[in-house]
Design a protein around this ligand. Structure first.
Ligand code: SAH
Length: 243
């Protein structure tokens, strides 16, 4: 019994030390957000092979810390995903850059995103294309993302609360579709809503064994290849059941 209470005490001290050393505060180092962003783009993105300048410029521009909850602002430019509440995460910067590059966007493209989350991925896409249509199933997350888009003056992002498995048929077809939650099969409505010549990037699989697939629609048929092993949160329906 005594031993146990000592252990609890020790854990508490470690936790307190972590907090006071800034692990959970806004000042994990002294660099400005802009400098942290430059370092992120160089060491986490370019050095790992994402070198499309349009994509790296967009990642330099978008203030990732504005999409991160207060508790984690000091970690906004870390090489990792971060919690955003409601058991969801903002993706690791490298994954955002990698998926964006694979979509091979041009200025006139209209893009559909499933899984708005923090809104960060949508904001990066919005720098590179005509318009982004993004769907989030957890209402408070979608609302928070809309507020962030408004605060930062994004006027080419359209957000909807609902089940993205169905896509956004009224706005289809899309030149590119990006899915940031994982179903176990590629949703048929999304295949249908992809334009001829369009690209889709989507994680598919069970919780711990997902692969990222890149698809392209050519002459009405989808060509697909697996490009990376990944771990995304599952795609869920309105009852919270996984697809
Ligand atoms: N792109 C996000 C990362 C989102 S994490 C960002 O940049 O921050 C995946 C998100 O997908 C979560 O917010 C989750 O709620 C959402 N999601 C899961 N199933 C969904 C569905 N069927 N339709 C829309 N969003 C869904």
């Amino acid at each position: 019994m005594k031993k146990n209470s000592k252990r609890v005490f020790a854990i508490l001290i470690i936790f307190t030390l972590n907090v006071s050393q800034g692990c959970f505060t806004q000042t994990s180092n002294n660099m400005s957000y802009e400098d942290q962003r430059k370092e992120m783009v160089l060491t986490q993105i370019k050095m790992r092979g994402v070198d499309d300048e349009k994509v790296t410029d967009a990642m330099l521009e978008v203030p990732r810390h504005e999409f991160v909850i207060d508790q984690y602002k000091g970690h906004a430019y870390d090489d990792s995903p971060l919690p955003i509440g409601y058991e969801q995460t903002i993706s690791q910067p490298y994954i955002v850059a990698y998926m964006t590059e694979k979509l091979d966007l041009s200025r006139k493209d209209r893009v559909l995103e499933i899984g708005t989350g923090s809104g960060y991925q949508a904001a990066v896409l919005a720098k590179l294309c005509d318009s982004v249509f993004t769907i989030e199933i957890i209402e408070p997350l979608g609302v928070r993302a809309m507020e962030t888009f408004a605060k930062l003056d994004y006027n080419n992002i359209y957000t909807r609360i609902g089940d993205g498995h169905k896509g956004w048929p009224e706005k289809a077809p899309f030149d590119a579709i990006i899915v940031t939650c994982a179903p176990t099969d590629i949703p048929k409505p999304l295949e249908k809503q992809l334009a001829e010549g369009g690209r889709m990037i989507i994680p598919v699989g069970e919780r711990w064994t997902q692969k990222l697939y890149l698809l392209r629609k050519e002459k009405g048929k989808l060509k697909q290849k697996a490009v990376l092993p990944v771990q995304f949160v599952p795609m869920i329906d309105e009852e919270g059941k996984t697809y």
